[in-house]
Design a protein around this ligand. Structure first.
Ligand SMILES: Cc1ncc(COP(=O)(O)O)c(C=O)c1O
Length: 379
């Protein structure tokens, strides 16, 4: 069984993908070819944002967004400690300090109730993460940001396609940043990312920053990076976009079915001996970039599942404040107890839009026996 099946989506779209790639090979505009603008227009229309800037990766898109707000040494950016390294890493790369705020225990996203106390005169932005494919509580975060006149940069690397109050992730705040890493809900065939904004000045600056800060060829008003998306990756994404809404529906269905199967399997089992399914707020539609549950004795459960051919992963075993790379912040263990507790218990199950019923049932019955029950008892 695959943790994420990347072969079936290609086989399904083999002809349009090959044709799109062939078109790039034929016109030869590998850097910022016409597919880039075509993709930016299509993605901006999909999420309902004024502008899209395609980038070389989600990481570069985060960097471009932070650079557009001139974030640098002495500045602080409020963000979550329970995320992929890139979120805090790009803040630190610019010489600014990530200021971590603990997460909500049910959604794993930034707890809005804790944000205001972390704001100082040095705070330059708030960067919530929409983890595992569920949007952070963006209205509450935007309201705080508005009071303090701060931009909100949604790290939506895992939530492209997700809905919050019927609105699309990436179009919920000042800037939204996503990733098209192959295993992401909308994945290309290498690295890719994008940022979204309604602010034309920010979009223009980000477009310049991604080409070494140039406003016209070989004229550089500001320091930038080489952060362009390859034309071939844009071609792949354009070919995949027509079925994306259907894939998001499938993710929603499969995620809900996992919850039903797991809850039924562990019905009546003591709280400390059962798997806990993800909590999705009623106003959210998650894309389940990861289907992440909590389990007791995670190492043993993972090993037992591996023995049965069920791959699992841990997103993420060490919160950012406890990573050696962030030791300079001086945040000891115990600083963010909710994030630390989640990091000790979370485990992700195989999840992709082509996961079939039989596979899902096999995962859940194996999970049930792995936690220490007789699989024959699985209903
Ligand atoms: C939360 C989060 N932020 C940022 C990134 C970085 O995206 P990329 O891998 O495209 O650079 C990722 C992707 O792995 C992510 O999960």
């Amino acid at each position: 069984m695959d943790f994420i099946d990347l072969k079936t989506p290609y086989q399904r779209l083999r002809e349009p993908i090959n044709a799109r790639i062939q078109a790039v090979l034929d016109h030869g505009q590998y850097i910022l070819g016409p597919e880039i603008e075509e993709l930016e227009d299509a993605l901006a229309a999909y999420v309902g944002s004024g502008y899209c800037v395609a980038a070389a990766s989600g990481t570069d898109a985060l960097l471009l967004a932070l650079m557009a707000y001139e974030i640098g040494p002495g500045d602080e950016v409020i963000t979550a400690p329970f995320t992929f390294i890139a979120t805090g890493e790009m803040i630190a790369l610019l010489g600014a300090n990530p200021v971590f705020v603990d997460i909500d225990a049910r959604t794993y996203n930034l707890d809005p109730a804790l944000i205001e106390a972390a704001i100082t005169p040095n705070t330059k932005a708030i960067m919530p993460v929409s983890l595992y494919g569920q949007c952070a509580d963006m209205d509450a975060i935007n309201a705080i940001a508005e009071r303090h006149e701060l931009p909100v940069i949604e790290d939506a690397a895992q939530s492209f396609g997700a809905l919050y109050q019927e609105r699309h992730s990436c179009a919920l705040s000042t800037v939204g940043v996503t990733s098209f890493f192959p295993s992401k809900p909308l994945g290309c065939f290498g690295d890719g990312g994008a940022l979204f904004t309604d602010d034309d000045a920010v979009a223009k600056i980000c477009k310049e920053l991604r080409v070494h800060g140039q406003d016209r060829r070989y004229h550089h008003p500001r320091i930038g990076i080489n952060g362009r998306m390859d034309t071939i990756q844009a071609a792949v994404l354009l070919a995949k976009l027509p079925v994306f809404a259907e894939e998001v529906e499938a993710r929603d269905r499969i995620g809900k079915q996992y919850a039903e199967l797991i809850d039924a399997a562990f019905d009546g089992v003591a709280a400390d001996r059962r798997a806990t399914v993800p909590y999705v707020e009623p106003h959210n539609r998650s894309v389940y970039a990861q289907y992440t549950i909590e389990v007791p004795e995670r190492d043993r459960v993972q090993a037992a599942l591996a023995d049965r051919g069920i791959p699992t992963a841990v997103h993420y075993p060490v919160p950012l404040h406890l990573q050696p790379a962030f030791a300079f912040l001086g945040e000891p263990a115990g600083s963010f107890p909710v994030a630390e507790a989640a990091a000790a218990r979370v485990m992700s199950l195989p999840m992709h839009p082509y996961l079939c019923d039989v596979e899902q049932k096999e995962v859940v019955s194996s999970l049930y026996s792995a936690i220490g029950r007789d699989s024959a008892a699985f209903r």
